[in-house]
Design a protein around this ligand. Structure first.
Ligand SMILES: Nc1nc2c(ncn2[C@@H]2O[C@H](COP(=O)(O)OP(=O)(O)OP(=O)(O)O)[C@@H](O)[C@H]2O)c(=O)[nH]1
Ligand SMILES: [Mg+2]
Length: 289
C-alpha cells in the first residue's frame, strides 16, 4: 500500500468537514474504476453520521481517486487488485489516525446499496446491542440485482456457517458496520472476495453479537459489472467464498487464540503479543480480483 495522497485536514474547501460525532463511524469504500459512480455516490452519503470517508482506490485507470478526493474523501491507494486488499489498505489508514473510530462501515462504490441505511446499521452498535451488523439483501433486492448464482452461493455459505458455528446469517451483503474493537479481534486477512465471508465466519466463531438488517439493493448504478455479471467472476468469487468458509471453520481454535492475544494486548500493552504467520488462516493465493 502507498500512503494516502490526501490528508483529511487538507480536504477540498468545497467538501463538508468530517463529521465530529460522539459515536465516530469511519466509512470504507473499495473502488476500482468507479469514476462514473463516485460523484453521485459521494453526494448520497449521510455525511453527518460519518467521520472519515476513506476511498480505497484499487489500481483504477480512470478518475476514481481524483473525483473522490474532490468530493471530500480521504483516498488511499492499493495497487494489488482485490476487494479485501482495498479494504485492508483503508483500515491501515484508519488505524494510523490519532483517535480510533467506534465503528467502521463498509459500502460499495457502485451505489447498489442505499447509503441512507448506514445510520440504521450503525445504531445497534451504538446502543451496544450488536458488534457486527450486516445489510441483508435477501428480501428487498430489486429483481435482477442479485443473480441466481449469487443468491445460491450466498445462501450456501450462510448455511455452512450456521452448520459449523450455529450463527444465523442470511446474506453476505457488502454494506455492513462493525465495532472497531471487534474488528481488531477478527484480524482480517483475506485480500480478495473472501473478505465478507471471512468477517462473518470469524465473528461467528468468536461469538460476537451479529445482526442482519434487511436492506434494499439494486443493480449497480452505472459502469461495468466486474464480478456477478460475468460467469468467470461469479465462479471465482463463489469458489473463494466456499473455500474460505471451509478453511476458517477448520481453524476455529486458531481464530480464538489470535483474538485472545489481541484482547490481551489491548488490556495490557506491555504484554508480548506479537502475532505470527500461524495466526493467519490459510486462504488461496490472492491471484484474482
Ligand atoms: N472487481 C473488483 N472490484 C473492486 C476491487 N477493488 C475494489 N473493488 C470495488 O468493490 C466493489 C464491489 O465490486 P462490484 O464490481 O460492484 O462487485 P459485485 O457487486 O459483485 O458485482 P457488480 O455490481 O455486478 O459489478 C466496487 O465498489 C468495486 O469498485 C477489485 O480489485 N476488483
Ligand atoms: Mg456491485
Amino acid at each position: 500500500m502507498t500512503p494516502p495522497d490526501q490528508d483529511p485536514q487538507a480536504a477540498s474547501p468545497d467538501a463538508p468537514a468530517a463529521a465530529s460525532v460522539a459515536f465516530a463511524v469511519d466509512l470504507v469504500i473499495p473502488a476500482r474504476n468507479e469514476a462514473i459512480n463516485i460523484p453521485a455516490m459521494m453526494a448520497a452519503l449521510p455525511r453527518a453520521s460519518l467521520r472519515h470517508i476513506v476511498v480505497a482506490d484499487n489500481g483504477s485507470t480512470d478518475d476514481t481517486a481524483a473525483l473522490a478526493r474532490a468530493a471530500g474523501a480521504v483516498v488511499v491507494h492499493e495497487t494489488q487488485p482485490g476487494y479485501g486488499a482495498a479494504c485492508l489498505a483503508a483500515l491501515k489508514w484508519i488505524a494510523e489516525q490519532p483517535d480510533p473510530p467506534a465503528a467502521v462501515a463498509f459500502f460499495d462504490a457502485d451505489l447498489a446499496d442505499d447509503p441512507d441505511r448506514l445510520p440504521e446499521l450503525a445504531q445497534p452498535i451504538h446502543t451496544d446491542a450488536a458488534d457486527l451488523v450486516i445489510g441483508s439483501r435477501r428480501k428487498l433486492a430489486a429483481p435482477g440485482s442479485l443473480t441466481p448464482v449469487q443468491r445460491f452461493g450466498n445462501g450456501l455459505a450462510c448455511f455452512l456457517i450456521r452448520l459449523t458455528t450455529g450463527a444465523k446469517f442470511h446474506d453476505l451483503g457488502p454494506m455492513r458496520v462493525v465495532r472497531w474493537s471487534s474488528l481488531q479481534q477478527l484480524h482480517m486477512a483475506d485480500r480478495t472476495w473472501g473478505w465478507t465471508v471471512e468477517m462473518q465466519c470469524k465473528a461467528a466463531v468468536l461469538n460476537l453479537r451479529c445482526k442482519d438488517v434487511h436492506v434494499p439493493y439494486r443493480p449497480r448504478r452505472a459502469g461495468q459489472s466486474k464480478i456477478s455479471g460475468t460467469i468467470m467472476g461469479s465462479a471465482k468469487a463463489g469458489w473463494k467464498i466456499l473455500y474460505t468458509v471451509a478453511a476458517l471453520t477448520l481453524t476455529k481454535r486458531r481464530i480464538r487464540r489470535t483474538a485472545a492475544r489481541i484482547r490481551n494486548a489491548a488490556i495490557n500493552p506491555q504484554a508480548t503479543t506479537a502475532l505470527s504467520e500461524d495466526d493467519h488462516p490459510p486462504t488461496p493465493a490472492a491471484s484474482s480480483e
